[in-house]
Design a protein around this ligand. Structure first.
Ligand code: 16G
Length: 245
């Protein structure tokens, strides 16, 4: 834990510096899932700061799910989560998938607004340059564990005010009769960059699955163009295969 000794080096509040040092140590894999943190007293002594400061940093990290506290035995890096098994043959939403597992789904909004479409969005959603696109980007969280980053694009003619989507996008689309009935999904492997790794609380460079979903209404019209990053350490995608013919 030598990194903690650098704690008094910059101008930010000490507890924030300590918090960042612990997060960095987790991200860089210096301490792994299930590892115990030194005691509050030891960290305070090593970093030459007060125990109150250490407690504040640790409590923040417990709240954001990086650390867990077990009564009587101390503070640990949060254990690796149980993997989610996701069927590749059913068109479901994140909220529904998590509810089926008895988990509470929540989102942290990264972007939610109406914009001129990118060339990709124009092509996939069939928009002209004068039309607009509603973008909904969120960190998707289940039982306080961040699992995925999803960036959805929907034609603004279908969803003029993305701020109306507070929980489930598919539920909001369903209300106006625009819930997709079919989708094509492409999955590819990527290594996470720093900003996304930080949001997903995994080491930079971690293996992830990039998923592109294009979904359709019964009429054949494209309704959704979503690019997502799913944690490789948390997801298994499963499909049933049958003999052709
Ligand atoms: C799923 C879909 C995503 C869709 C979202 C709606 C994948 C890779 N992605 O996460 O395309 O926008 O569900 O979820 O499966 P919501 O209704 O809970 O907002």
């Amino acid at each position: 834990f030598a990194a903690l000794r650098d704690v008094s080096q910059s101008g930010a509040p000490l507890y924030l510096q300590l918090k960042k040092n612990i997060e960095d140590a987790v991200r860089r894999g210096l301490i792994g899932p299930g590892d115990a943190l030194p005691s509050e007293r030891d960290i305070a002594a090593q970093a030459d700061i007060s125990r109150v400061t250490v407690r504040k940093a640790v409590q923040d990290l417990v709240k954001s799910g990086v650390l867990v506290q077990r009564h009587g035995s101390g503070t640990f890096v949060a254990p690796r989560m149980e993997r989610v098994e996701q069927s590749l043959s059913r068109l479901t939403s994140f909220t529904e998938d998590m509810a089926r597992r008895g988990m509470a789904a929540r989102s942290q909004w990264l972007e939610r607004g109406v914009y001129p479409p990118s060339p990709d969005e124009m092509m996939v959603l069939g928009l002209s340059a004068s039309e607009l696109v509603s973008r909904l980007s969120r960190l998707r969280i289940a039982d306080e564990t961040p699992l995925a980053i999803e960036r959805a694009a929907i034609s603004a003619s279908v969803l003029p005010d993305p701020r109306e989507v507070t929980t489930s996008l598919y539920m909001a689309l369903g209300k106006t009769g625009h819930r997709p009935v079919r989708a094509v999904q492409r999955i590819s492997a990527v290594n996470l960059g720093g900003a996304e790794a930080k949001l997903l609380v995994v080491p930079e460079g971690s293996a992830c699955l990039q998923i592109e979903r294009i979904s359709y209404l019964a009429s054949g019209k494209v309704i959704e163009f979503t690019k997502s990053i799913y944690r490789g350490d948390a997801y298994d995608f499963v499909a049933e295969l049958r003999l052709p013919g």
